[in-house]
Design a protein around this ligand. Structure first.
Ligand SMILES: NC(=O)c1ccc[n+]([C@@H]2O[C@H](COP(=O)([O-])OP(=O)(O)OC[C@H]3O[C@@H](n4cnc5c(N)ncnc54)[C@H](OP(=O)(O)O)[C@@H]3O)[C@@H](O)[C@H]2O)c1
Length: 251
């Protein structure tokens, strides 16, 4: 099969392209750096020639709700239109566990719009909601660091390795469309502040971490809100394995 990966140069996009190759299929990368702008549709029709399935792992760093919503609406709209024209038989979206249980704002608002458009669009679709990536703690520290400290929400999450997410996305893409949502999580529940502390220690860095619900995530994200449901597929890689074997799980 020819499988296009929208966002195939990103954190989860790169291992997804690799997983497509490893499973004996032919990857096509859709990204601005590969000559395709999905917010305008430029370059898309040509790139879609002969594609059987599309995996959408695009993202935008913005946190402004209207900007994020507009990005995912434009990307999804252009993808679905081009897929419909090219006779693509399966559209797969990577989304996030719990997005319907947190306030409809910022990145989550864009993801909800992306899910809605994909599941009501002209191409049979599957939404794979994954939990936060193992990299999420380090990303949050990067975004929230102020000098020698960082204020982090003590989120309860069940994070997953991007390599495991990539494998499942490809497996879903080559299978029959779910026409709905399935969930994927890592094997263990973690506290985000503890994950950040262990990530920093493994990298030989030190920083004062202050738990707070007064920042990017409020108390509405506390408790089990971001944890997966009982029918969730559990991926094998543990956080400790990922942390201490970057050579195995690196880019
Ligand atoms: N982080 C988590 O813990 C987590 C958990 C579950 C699900 N997710 C979801 O995973 C998805 C991917 O996240 P990520 O961290 O892998 O993203 P990322 O590293 O920021 O990569 C974003 C990708 O989107 C492409 N892109 C951005 N704007 C584009 C445009 N206008 N046209 C074409 N391509 C464009 C980028 O390529 P170019 O810059 O070359 O265009 C890049 O390949 C997100 O939608 C996120 O919601 C994340």
């Amino acid at each position: 099969m020819k499988i296009a990966v929208a966002g195939g140069t990103g954190l989860v996009g790169r291992p997804t392209v690799e997983a497509v190759r490893r499973s004996g299929h032919d990857p096509v990368v859709l990204a601005r750096s590969a000559g395709v702008d999905l917010t305008t549709g430029a370059g898309l029709a040509t790139a879609m020639d002969g594609v059987d399935a599309v995996i959408d792992v695009t993202s935008i760093p913005a946190v402004d709700t209207s900007q994020v919503r507009a990005f995912f609406a434009a990307v999804t709209g252009h993808l679905l239109e081009a897929e419909n024209d090219a006779g693509v038989r399966h559209h797969v979206v990577l989304s996030i566990v719990g997005i319907d249980r947190v306030p409809d704002k910022g990145h989550y608002a864009g993801k909800r719009e992306q899910e809605r458009l994909a599941l009501s669009g002209p191409v049979p679709a599957s939404v794979v909601r994954a939990t936060q990536f193992f990299d999420f703690a380090a990303q949050m520290v990067g975004w929230l660091r102020r000098g020698e400290s960082a204020e982090l929400p003590p989120l309860l999450i069940q994070p997953v390795a991007v390599t495991d997410v990539a494998d499942v996305l490809v497996e879903v893409a080559v299978g029959e469309p779910v026409n709905g949502i399935c969930e994927l999580a890592g094997p263990e529940t973690q506290d985000l502040v503890d994950m950040a502390r262990r990530t920093l220690a493994a990298r030989g860095e030190s920083l004062r971490l202050i738990p707070t619900w007064r920042g990017r995530y409020g108390v509405e994200a506390a408790g089990e809100v971001l944890l997966p449901g009982p029918d969730t597929r559990i991926a094998p890689t543990t956080f400790d394995d990922w942390l201490h074997h970057p050579d195995r799980f690196g880019p």
